[in-house]
Write a protein that binds this ligand. Structure first.
Ligand code: ADP
Ligand code: 5GP
Length: 211
């Protein structure tokens, strides 16, 4: 049987480049990773498609999903709800894919509580000025919304130490390589390879007995 995939949470300030990074990682390693698609009550941005970036749902439908237990976690972020549908995540992990949840910090901590061996990665730009430049440069939000997101970034910065690794997104190519390396390294953790350890111990005992 194929080894079960790892659950990975990627958080980071809005505008730090998470979306860009995820797209690149999935293009390079389409068989290794699966990106969970969240449900949200926020309106689609130009170019976003229902079922691709998000499942865009009404507040009513979102509340029904919560009531039916269809979400692993959910959180409110700057006036809108965001949540992770359970079914896809569980299926992909069973199939051996490493599943990435690109979610904000409250959701990240809730997932960690539910699944303690989740790998938590925090993506940051090299500096605060660069964050604002990227948010403005993306051109998808009004200045008001950008200000709210910059304020939210101040709050999120207080929780950075809760993450296992900081991924600095300066050069995109280098950043993708680093993220892949960190995740691959995580597979080698001894606590994730208990079965292998048991097996080799038994085999060693058996060989010793045959001498
Ligand atoms: P997030 O998903 O974290 O909100 P995005 O992926 O939308 O962020 O990126 C925000 C903006 O920054 C986009 O315009 C994107 O093209 C740009 N960007 C992303 N990564 C880099 C990078 N390494 N260097 C310069 N600009 C970047
Ligand atoms: P955006 O509106 O820029 O797409 O996302 C806003 C924030 O919501 C980002 O920090 C993003 O990571 C987070 N987010 C997206 N989906 C989910 C989710 O399913 N759960 C939680 N908790 N946060 C999410």
């Amino acid at each position: 049987m194929k080894e079960k995939g790892i659950l990975i949470v990627v958080s980071g300030f809005s505008g730090s480049g998470k979306g860009t990074l995820m797209k690149e990682l999935l293009t390079r390693y389409p068989q290794t990773y699966a990106l969970s698609i969240s449900a949200t009550t926020r309106a689609p941005r130009e170019g976003e498609m229902d079922g691709r970036e998000y499942f865009f749902v009404s507040k009513d439908d979102f509340e029904k999903m919560i009531a039916k237990g269809e979400l692993i976690e959910y959180a409110k972020y700057v006036e809108n709800y965001y949540g992770t549908p359970r079914e896809y995540v569980e299926k992909m992990m069973e199939e051996g894919r490493d599943v990435i949840l690109e979610i904000e910090i409250q959701g990240a901590l809730n997932v960690k509580k539910l699944f303690p061996d989740t790998l938590l990665l925090f993506v940051t730009p090299p500096g605060a000025d660069e964050l604002k430049r990227r948010l403005v440069g993306r051109g998808t939000e009004t200045m008001d919304v950008i200000e709210s997101r910059m304020k939210r970034a101040c709050e999120e910065a207080q929780g950075m130490e809760n993450y296992d690794y900081l991924i600095v997104n300066d050069d995109l190519d280098e950043c993708v390589r680093q993220m892949h390396a960190v995740i691959q390294g995580e597979h080698l953790r001894s606590s994730r390879n208990r079965e292998f350890i048991e097996e080799i111990r038994e085999d060693l005992e058996r060989l010793k007995g045959e001498e």
